[in-house]
Design a protein around this ligand. Structure first.
Ligand SMILES: Cc1ncc(COP(=O)(O)O)c(C=O)c1O
Length: 439
Protein backbone atom coordinates (compact mmCIF):
# COMPACT_ATOMS: atom_id res chain seq x y z
CA UNK A 1 0.00 0.00 0.00
CA UNK A 2 1.51 3.32 -1.05
CA UNK A 3 -0.16 6.03 1.05
CA UNK A 4 0.80 9.64 0.33
CA UNK A 5 -0.09 13.04 1.76
CA UNK A 6 -2.72 12.74 4.50
CA UNK A 7 -3.86 9.22 3.58
CA UNK A 8 -4.04 6.79 6.47
CA UNK A 9 -6.03 3.83 7.77
CA UNK A 10 -8.41 4.89 10.55
CA UNK A 11 -9.67 3.02 13.61
CA UNK A 12 -12.58 1.55 11.64
CA UNK A 13 -10.08 -0.03 9.24
CA UNK A 14 -11.11 2.35 6.46
CA UNK A 15 -8.93 4.50 4.28
CA UNK A 16 -9.09 8.12 5.31
CA UNK A 17 -7.97 11.09 3.19
CA UNK A 18 -7.76 14.64 4.46
CA UNK A 19 -9.28 13.38 7.67
CA UNK A 20 -12.37 12.05 5.86
CA UNK A 21 -13.32 8.36 5.71
CA UNK A 22 -13.73 7.10 2.13
CA UNK A 23 -16.87 5.21 3.17
CA UNK A 24 -18.37 8.50 4.29
CA UNK A 25 -17.33 10.12 0.99
CA UNK A 26 -18.92 7.33 -1.03
CA UNK A 27 -22.13 7.54 1.02
CA UNK A 28 -22.34 11.32 0.69
CA UNK A 29 -21.32 11.82 -2.93
CA UNK A 30 -21.77 8.44 -4.62
CA UNK A 31 -19.27 6.58 -6.78
CA UNK A 32 -17.23 6.70 -8.92
CA UNK A 33 -15.70 9.65 -7.16
CA UNK A 34 -12.47 11.56 -7.73
CA UNK A 35 -10.96 12.78 -4.46
CA UNK A 36 -8.14 15.30 -4.13
CA UNK A 37 -6.12 15.57 -0.93
CA UNK A 38 -5.70 19.36 -0.62
CA UNK A 39 -2.79 19.21 1.80
CA UNK A 40 -0.98 16.63 -0.33
CA UNK A 41 -1.51 18.78 -3.42
CA UNK A 42 -0.31 21.94 -1.65
CA UNK A 43 2.70 20.10 -0.22
CA UNK A 44 3.74 18.96 -3.71
CA UNK A 45 3.37 22.53 -5.06
CA UNK A 46 5.55 23.80 -2.23
CA UNK A 47 8.13 21.03 -2.50
CA UNK A 48 8.78 21.89 -6.15
CA UNK A 49 8.69 25.66 -5.67
CA UNK A 50 11.01 25.60 -2.67
CA UNK A 51 13.37 22.97 -4.06
CA UNK A 52 14.01 25.00 -7.22
CA UNK A 53 14.09 28.33 -5.35
CA UNK A 54 16.81 26.96 -3.04
CA UNK A 55 18.98 26.30 -6.09
CA UNK A 56 18.64 29.72 -7.70
CA UNK A 57 16.51 31.92 -9.94
CA UNK A 58 13.61 29.72 -10.96
CA UNK A 59 9.90 29.52 -11.61
CA UNK A 60 7.74 26.42 -11.24
CA UNK A 61 4.69 26.33 -13.48
CA UNK A 62 1.91 23.89 -12.72
CA UNK A 63 0.97 22.06 -15.94
CA UNK A 64 -2.78 22.44 -15.83
CA UNK A 65 -3.36 19.73 -18.44
CA UNK A 66 -2.79 17.26 -15.60
CA UNK A 67 -5.84 18.53 -13.70
CA UNK A 68 -7.63 21.81 -14.02
CA UNK A 69 -10.75 23.27 -12.44
CA UNK A 70 -11.53 26.62 -10.85
CA UNK A 71 -10.75 25.38 -7.33
CA UNK A 72 -7.55 23.63 -8.38
CA UNK A 73 -6.27 26.75 -10.13
CA UNK A 74 -7.10 28.86 -7.06
CA UNK A 75 -4.90 26.60 -4.95
CA UNK A 76 -2.07 26.81 -7.46
CA UNK A 77 -2.28 30.61 -7.36
CA UNK A 78 -2.25 30.59 -3.55
CA UNK A 79 0.86 28.40 -3.59
CA UNK A 80 2.67 30.96 -5.73
CA UNK A 81 3.31 28.82 -8.80
CA UNK A 82 3.00 29.94 -12.42
CA UNK A 83 0.72 28.11 -14.82
CA UNK A 84 1.17 26.19 -18.06
CA UNK A 85 -1.92 26.17 -20.29
CA UNK A 86 -2.19 24.57 -23.67
CA UNK A 87 -5.55 25.61 -25.11
CA UNK A 88 -8.14 28.34 -25.08
CA UNK A 89 -10.16 26.22 -22.65
CA UNK A 90 -7.33 25.85 -20.16
CA UNK A 91 -6.60 29.57 -20.49
CA UNK A 92 -10.27 30.43 -19.94
CA UNK A 93 -10.42 28.24 -16.83
CA UNK A 94 -7.30 29.89 -15.42
CA UNK A 95 -8.56 33.41 -16.07
CA UNK A 96 -12.00 32.63 -14.67
CA UNK A 97 -10.30 31.33 -11.54
CA UNK A 98 -8.58 34.71 -11.24
CA UNK A 99 -5.09 33.40 -12.01
CA UNK A 100 -2.68 36.29 -12.73
CA UNK A 101 -2.23 36.33 -16.52
CA UNK A 102 1.39 37.48 -16.27
CA UNK A 103 2.27 34.13 -14.71
CA UNK A 104 0.64 32.08 -17.48
CA UNK A 105 2.70 30.37 -20.17
CA UNK A 106 0.66 29.39 -23.21
CA UNK A 107 1.81 26.26 -25.09
CA UNK A 108 0.45 24.30 -28.04
CA UNK A 109 1.56 23.06 -31.44
CA UNK A 110 -1.46 24.43 -33.32
CA UNK A 111 -2.87 27.40 -31.49
CA UNK A 112 -5.76 28.93 -33.37
CA UNK A 113 -5.97 32.61 -34.27
CA UNK A 114 -8.73 32.90 -31.66
CA UNK A 115 -6.55 31.27 -28.97
CA UNK A 116 -3.56 33.46 -29.77
CA UNK A 117 -5.75 36.56 -29.79
CA UNK A 118 -7.22 35.69 -26.39
CA UNK A 119 -3.74 35.07 -24.98
CA UNK A 120 -2.45 38.41 -26.27
CA UNK A 121 -5.57 40.35 -25.28
CA UNK A 122 -5.29 38.97 -21.76
CA UNK A 123 -1.56 39.78 -21.56
CA UNK A 124 -0.34 36.27 -20.73
CA UNK A 125 3.25 36.20 -19.52
CA UNK A 126 4.69 34.13 -22.36
CA UNK A 127 3.49 32.44 -25.48
CA UNK A 128 5.58 29.36 -26.18
CA UNK A 129 5.84 29.47 -29.96
CA UNK A 130 5.98 26.06 -31.56
CA UNK A 131 6.60 26.63 -35.30
CA UNK A 132 7.30 29.16 -38.07
CA UNK A 133 3.62 29.51 -38.96
CA UNK A 134 2.72 30.51 -35.41
CA UNK A 135 5.64 32.93 -35.23
CA UNK A 136 4.40 34.85 -38.30
CA UNK A 137 0.80 34.73 -37.11
CA UNK A 138 1.69 36.07 -33.68
CA UNK A 139 3.99 38.77 -35.01
CA UNK A 140 1.34 40.02 -37.48
CA UNK A 141 -1.33 39.97 -34.83
CA UNK A 142 0.80 41.85 -32.31
CA UNK A 143 1.85 44.40 -34.91
CA UNK A 144 -1.80 45.07 -35.71
CA UNK A 145 -2.42 45.63 -32.00
CA UNK A 146 0.76 47.66 -31.52
CA UNK A 147 1.70 45.26 -28.70
CA UNK A 148 4.92 43.38 -28.00
CA UNK A 149 4.56 39.81 -26.75
CA UNK A 150 7.20 37.98 -24.74
CA UNK A 151 7.72 34.50 -26.13
CA UNK A 152 9.75 31.34 -25.70
CA UNK A 153 10.58 29.10 -28.63
CA UNK A 154 9.86 25.42 -28.16
CA UNK A 155 12.93 23.44 -29.11
CA UNK A 156 13.06 19.70 -29.83
CA UNK A 157 16.51 19.02 -28.45
CA UNK A 158 17.05 15.58 -29.95
CA UNK A 159 16.45 13.66 -26.76
CA UNK A 160 13.60 11.43 -25.90
CA UNK A 161 13.24 10.07 -22.42
CA UNK A 162 11.11 7.11 -21.48
CA UNK A 163 10.31 5.69 -18.13
CA UNK A 164 12.87 2.93 -18.16
CA UNK A 165 14.65 3.78 -21.31
CA UNK A 166 16.82 6.65 -22.36
CA UNK A 167 17.18 7.20 -26.04
CA UNK A 168 19.43 9.83 -27.48
CA UNK A 169 19.10 9.35 -31.17
CA UNK A 170 18.58 12.83 -32.53
CA UNK A 171 14.90 12.16 -31.89
CA UNK A 172 13.67 14.82 -34.27
CA UNK A 173 10.52 13.05 -35.42
CA UNK A 174 8.10 14.93 -33.15
CA UNK A 175 5.14 17.12 -33.95
CA UNK A 176 6.36 19.67 -31.40
CA UNK A 177 8.81 22.49 -31.70
CA UNK A 178 11.82 23.62 -33.72
CA UNK A 179 14.26 20.75 -34.12
CA UNK A 180 17.73 21.42 -32.83
CA UNK A 181 19.96 18.88 -34.61
CA UNK A 182 19.01 19.93 -38.16
CA UNK A 183 19.44 23.68 -37.66
CA UNK A 184 15.72 24.50 -37.66
CA UNK A 185 15.98 25.84 -34.11
CA UNK A 186 18.71 28.28 -35.12
CA UNK A 187 16.56 29.49 -38.01
CA UNK A 188 13.64 29.87 -35.61
CA UNK A 189 15.68 31.97 -33.21
CA UNK A 190 16.94 34.20 -36.05
CA UNK A 191 13.41 34.64 -37.35
CA UNK A 192 12.03 35.38 -33.87
CA UNK A 193 14.76 37.95 -33.20
CA UNK A 194 13.87 39.69 -36.46
CA UNK A 195 10.10 39.50 -35.99
CA UNK A 196 8.39 42.79 -35.19
CA UNK A 197 6.49 43.01 -31.90
CA UNK A 198 8.07 39.83 -30.55
CA UNK A 199 10.47 39.67 -27.61
CA UNK A 200 12.29 36.34 -27.55
CA UNK A 201 12.80 35.83 -23.81
CA UNK A 202 14.03 32.26 -23.91
CA UNK A 203 13.78 28.65 -24.97
CA UNK A 204 11.57 25.77 -23.94
CA UNK A 205 11.76 21.99 -24.25
CA UNK A 206 9.86 19.02 -22.86
CA UNK A 207 11.50 15.64 -23.20
CA UNK A 208 8.74 13.29 -22.11
CA UNK A 209 6.61 12.15 -19.24
CA UNK A 210 6.81 9.88 -16.22
CA UNK A 211 10.61 10.13 -16.31
CA UNK A 212 12.72 8.73 -13.49
CA UNK A 213 16.25 9.11 -14.83
CA UNK A 214 17.87 12.33 -13.70
CA UNK A 215 20.41 11.85 -16.45
CA UNK A 216 17.69 12.59 -19.03
CA UNK A 217 17.18 16.05 -17.57
CA UNK A 218 20.90 16.69 -17.17
CA UNK A 219 21.50 15.85 -20.80
CA UNK A 220 18.57 17.92 -22.01
CA UNK A 221 19.65 20.90 -19.89
CA UNK A 222 23.20 20.58 -21.21
CA UNK A 223 22.01 20.46 -24.83
CA UNK A 224 19.73 23.44 -24.33
CA UNK A 225 22.50 25.42 -22.66
CA UNK A 226 24.91 24.58 -25.50
CA UNK A 227 22.35 26.11 -27.82
CA UNK A 228 21.91 29.15 -25.55
CA UNK A 229 25.68 29.63 -25.67
CA UNK A 230 25.78 29.11 -29.45
CA UNK A 231 23.15 31.85 -29.87
CA UNK A 232 25.11 34.13 -27.56
CA UNK A 233 28.31 33.59 -29.50
CA UNK A 234 26.81 33.70 -33.00
CA UNK A 235 24.08 36.30 -32.60
CA UNK A 236 25.07 38.14 -29.43
CA UNK A 237 21.68 37.43 -27.88
CA UNK A 238 21.40 36.47 -24.21
CA UNK A 239 18.29 34.57 -23.17
CA UNK A 240 16.58 35.48 -19.90
CA UNK A 241 15.12 32.07 -19.25
CA UNK A 242 15.16 28.43 -20.17
CA UNK A 243 12.13 26.23 -19.60
CA UNK A 244 12.88 22.52 -19.16
CA UNK A 245 9.25 21.35 -19.26
CA UNK A 246 7.69 18.72 -17.04
CA UNK A 247 7.73 14.95 -16.93
CA UNK A 248 8.89 14.11 -13.39
CA UNK A 249 7.83 10.55 -12.64
CA UNK A 250 5.59 9.40 -9.77
CA UNK A 251 4.76 6.13 -8.08
CA UNK A 252 1.93 4.25 -9.78
CA UNK A 253 2.94 0.65 -9.10
CA UNK A 254 5.83 -1.57 -8.04
CA UNK A 255 9.04 -0.65 -9.84
CA UNK A 256 8.32 3.08 -10.00
CA UNK A 257 10.96 4.94 -8.03
CA UNK A 258 10.27 8.66 -7.97
CA UNK A 259 12.99 11.19 -7.26
CA UNK A 260 12.63 14.03 -4.75
CA UNK A 261 11.99 17.54 -6.05
CA UNK A 262 15.32 18.56 -4.49
CA UNK A 263 17.20 16.07 -6.64
CA UNK A 264 15.44 17.18 -9.81
CA UNK A 265 16.20 20.80 -8.92
CA UNK A 266 19.82 19.95 -8.34
CA UNK A 267 20.17 18.03 -11.61
CA UNK A 268 18.64 20.77 -13.74
CA UNK A 269 19.84 23.91 -11.98
CA UNK A 270 23.43 22.84 -11.47
CA UNK A 271 23.77 21.78 -15.13
CA UNK A 272 22.44 25.15 -16.31
CA UNK A 273 24.59 27.13 -13.87
CA UNK A 274 27.75 25.17 -14.70
CA UNK A 275 27.34 25.64 -18.44
CA UNK A 276 26.61 29.37 -18.03
CA UNK A 277 29.67 29.89 -15.83
CA UNK A 278 31.92 28.01 -18.24
CA UNK A 279 30.74 30.21 -21.12
CA UNK A 280 30.80 33.36 -19.00
CA UNK A 281 27.19 34.26 -19.70
CA UNK A 282 24.40 35.17 -17.28
CA UNK A 283 22.65 32.21 -15.70
CA UNK A 284 19.16 32.23 -17.17
CA UNK A 285 16.11 31.80 -14.95
CA UNK A 286 15.15 28.13 -14.96
CA UNK A 287 11.52 27.14 -15.41
CA UNK A 288 9.98 23.69 -14.97
CA UNK A 289 6.41 22.58 -15.60
CA UNK A 290 5.46 19.58 -13.47
CA UNK A 291 1.85 18.44 -13.71
CA UNK A 292 1.70 14.77 -12.79
CA UNK A 293 4.26 15.03 -9.98
CA UNK A 294 2.20 17.74 -8.28
CA UNK A 295 -1.33 16.45 -8.57
CA UNK A 296 -1.01 12.76 -9.50
CA UNK A 297 -0.24 11.35 -6.04
CA UNK A 298 -2.76 13.71 -4.40
CA UNK A 299 -5.74 12.08 -6.12
CA UNK A 300 -7.60 8.79 -5.71
CA UNK A 301 -10.69 7.38 -7.36
CA UNK A 302 -13.30 5.57 -5.31
CA UNK A 303 -15.35 2.97 -7.18
CA UNK A 304 -18.04 0.57 -6.02
CA UNK A 305 -17.54 -3.05 -6.87
CA UNK A 306 -20.49 -4.66 -8.64
CA UNK A 307 -20.42 -7.85 -10.66
CA UNK A 308 -17.68 -10.46 -10.90
CA UNK A 309 -16.81 -13.30 -13.21
CA UNK A 310 -14.51 -16.23 -12.73
CA UNK A 311 -12.78 -17.88 -15.70
CA UNK A 312 -11.74 -21.25 -14.27
CA UNK A 313 -7.96 -21.56 -13.90
CA UNK A 314 -7.44 -18.23 -15.66
CA UNK A 315 -8.60 -15.25 -13.61
CA UNK A 316 -11.32 -13.61 -11.58
CA UNK A 317 -12.71 -10.33 -12.87
CA UNK A 318 -14.18 -7.80 -10.47
CA UNK A 319 -16.12 -5.04 -12.21
CA UNK A 320 -16.39 -1.47 -10.93
CA UNK A 321 -18.87 1.29 -11.72
CA UNK A 322 -16.40 3.34 -13.80
CA UNK A 323 -13.48 2.52 -16.08
CA UNK A 324 -11.95 3.88 -19.25
CA UNK A 325 -14.37 6.84 -19.35
CA UNK A 326 -12.94 8.23 -16.08
CA UNK A 327 -9.43 6.77 -16.47
CA UNK A 328 -8.32 6.15 -20.05
CA UNK A 329 -4.66 5.65 -19.15
CA UNK A 330 -4.59 1.83 -18.77
CA UNK A 331 -6.44 1.34 -22.06
CA UNK A 332 -4.49 4.09 -23.84
CA UNK A 333 -0.96 3.17 -22.87
CA UNK A 334 -1.01 0.22 -20.50
CA UNK A 335 -0.66 2.42 -17.43
CA UNK A 336 -0.56 0.46 -14.19
CA UNK A 337 -2.12 1.33 -10.84
CA UNK A 338 -2.39 0.01 -7.30
CA UNK A 339 -5.59 -0.11 -5.29
CA UNK A 340 -7.08 -1.29 -2.03
CA UNK A 341 -10.53 -1.97 -0.71
CA UNK A 342 -11.09 1.30 1.12
CA UNK A 343 -13.66 -0.21 3.48
CA UNK A 344 -11.46 -3.26 4.23
CA UNK A 345 -8.13 -1.45 4.36
CA UNK A 346 -6.69 -3.44 7.27
CA UNK A 347 -7.74 -6.88 6.01
CA UNK A 348 -4.85 -8.75 4.40
CA UNK A 349 -5.14 -9.52 0.68
CA UNK A 350 -6.29 -13.06 -0.01
CA UNK A 351 -7.10 -13.37 -3.70
CA UNK A 352 -5.64 -12.37 -7.01
CA UNK A 353 -8.17 -10.54 -9.17
CA UNK A 354 -8.32 -8.22 -12.16
CA UNK A 355 -10.35 -5.02 -12.14
CA UNK A 356 -12.63 -4.46 -15.11
CA UNK A 357 -14.38 -1.24 -16.01
CA UNK A 358 -18.00 -1.14 -17.14
CA UNK A 359 -17.47 0.18 -20.66
CA UNK A 360 -18.30 -1.84 -23.72
CA UNK A 361 -14.68 -2.63 -24.66
CA UNK A 362 -12.72 -5.74 -23.71
CA UNK A 363 -9.75 -3.42 -23.26
CA UNK A 364 -11.54 -1.54 -20.50
CA UNK A 365 -9.45 -3.05 -17.71
CA UNK A 366 -8.23 -0.78 -14.92
CA UNK A 367 -5.83 -3.20 -13.23
CA UNK A 368 -4.60 -6.62 -14.33
CA UNK A 369 -3.67 -8.88 -11.41
CA UNK A 370 -3.94 -7.31 -8.01
CA UNK A 371 -4.16 -8.98 -4.61
CA UNK A 372 -7.20 -7.88 -2.62
CA UNK A 373 -9.16 -9.10 0.40
CA UNK A 374 -12.23 -11.15 -0.57
CA UNK A 375 -14.48 -8.61 -2.23
CA UNK A 376 -18.25 -8.38 -2.38
CA UNK A 377 -20.63 -6.17 -4.30
CA UNK A 378 -20.73 -2.79 -2.62
CA UNK A 379 -17.12 -2.84 -1.43
CA UNK A 380 -15.16 0.30 -2.30
CA UNK A 381 -12.14 0.00 -4.54
CA UNK A 382 -9.81 2.94 -4.08
CA UNK A 383 -7.32 3.41 -6.91
CA UNK A 384 -4.27 5.51 -6.00
CA UNK A 385 -2.44 8.22 -7.93
CA UNK A 386 -5.34 9.17 -10.19
CA UNK A 387 -5.00 12.93 -9.67
CA UNK A 388 -3.32 13.56 -13.03
CA UNK A 389 -4.68 12.89 -16.51
CA UNK A 390 -7.82 11.13 -15.30
CA UNK A 391 -10.46 13.87 -15.13
CA UNK A 392 -8.76 15.91 -17.87
CA UNK A 393 -8.70 12.94 -20.27
CA UNK A 394 -12.15 11.64 -19.31
CA UNK A 395 -15.00 11.08 -21.73
CA UNK A 396 -18.68 10.25 -21.84
CA UNK A 397 -18.06 6.98 -23.65
CA UNK A 398 -21.16 4.79 -23.37
CA UNK A 399 -22.85 7.97 -22.16
CA UNK A 400 -21.45 7.54 -18.69
CA UNK A 401 -21.82 10.80 -16.77
CA UNK A 402 -18.49 12.08 -15.47
CA UNK A 403 -17.96 11.48 -11.73
CA UNK A 404 -17.87 14.29 -9.19
CA UNK A 405 -14.61 15.60 -7.75
CA UNK A 406 -14.19 16.29 -4.05
CA UNK A 407 -11.52 18.29 -2.27
CA UNK A 408 -10.78 16.97 1.23
CA UNK A 409 -8.91 18.82 3.93
CA UNK A 410 -8.79 18.67 7.69
CA UNK A 411 -11.92 16.58 8.11
CA UNK A 412 -13.92 18.58 5.54
CA UNK A 413 -15.03 17.63 2.07
CA UNK A 414 -16.07 20.07 -0.66
CA UNK A 415 -17.55 19.39 -4.04
CA UNK A 416 -15.28 21.06 -6.64
CA UNK A 417 -16.68 19.45 -9.80
CA UNK A 418 -20.32 18.38 -9.89
CA UNK A 419 -21.28 14.89 -11.00
CA UNK A 420 -22.75 14.99 -14.48
CA UNK A 421 -26.39 13.99 -14.82
CA UNK A 422 -28.19 12.17 -17.61
CA UNK A 423 -29.75 15.54 -18.47
CA UNK A 424 -26.21 16.97 -18.88
CA UNK A 425 -25.49 14.23 -21.36
CA UNK A 426 -28.19 15.37 -23.76
CA UNK A 427 -27.87 19.07 -22.99
CA UNK A 428 -25.93 19.75 -26.20
CA UNK A 429 -27.97 17.40 -28.40
CA UNK A 430 -30.30 18.96 -30.96
CA UNK A 431 -33.03 17.38 -33.06
CA UNK A 432 -33.42 18.93 -36.52
CA UNK A 433 -37.03 20.02 -37.19
CA UNK A 434 -37.37 17.48 -40.00
CA UNK A 435 -37.01 14.67 -37.45
CA UNK A 436 -39.89 16.04 -35.42
CA UNK A 437 -42.54 13.28 -35.27
CA UNK A 438 -45.41 15.80 -35.41
CA UNK A 439 -44.41 16.96 -38.88
C1 LIG B 1 5.02 21.08 -22.67
C2 LIG B 1 4.63 20.28 -21.48
N1 LIG B 1 4.94 20.75 -20.26
C3 LIG B 1 4.59 20.07 -19.14
C4 LIG B 1 3.93 18.86 -19.22
C5 LIG B 1 3.56 18.16 -17.95
O1 LIG B 1 4.09 16.90 -17.90
P1 LIG B 1 3.98 16.05 -16.55
O2 LIG B 1 2.55 16.09 -16.14
O3 LIG B 1 4.42 14.69 -16.95
O4 LIG B 1 4.87 16.70 -15.55
C6 LIG B 1 3.61 18.32 -20.48
C7 LIG B 1 2.91 17.04 -20.57
O5 LIG B 1 2.64 16.48 -21.58
C8 LIG B 1 3.96 19.06 -21.64
O6 LIG B 1 3.67 18.60 -22.86
Amino acid sequence: MHLTGTMQINGAGHLEIGGVDVVELANSYGTPLWVIDEQGFRRNCRDFREAFARKGNSLVLYASKALTSLAIIRIVAEEGLGLDVVSGGELYTALQAGFPAQHIYFHGNNKSVDEITRAVDNSVGRIVVDNFYELSLLSDLCRAKNYTQDILLRITPGIEAHTHEFIQTGQIDSKFGFTLPDGQALEGVKKALNSPNINLAGLHCHIGSQIFEMESFRQAAALMMDFVIEIHNKLGHQFDEIDMGGGFGIYYSAGDEPTYADDWADAVMSTVAKKARQANINIPRVIVEPGRAIVGPAGVTIYSIGSWKEVANVRKYLAVDGGMADNIRPALYDATYTAILGNKANIPPQELVSIAGKCCESGDMLIWDINLPAAEAGDLLVVFATGAYNYTMSSNYNRLPRPAMILVNDGNSDLIIKRETYADLISHDLIPARLNPSR
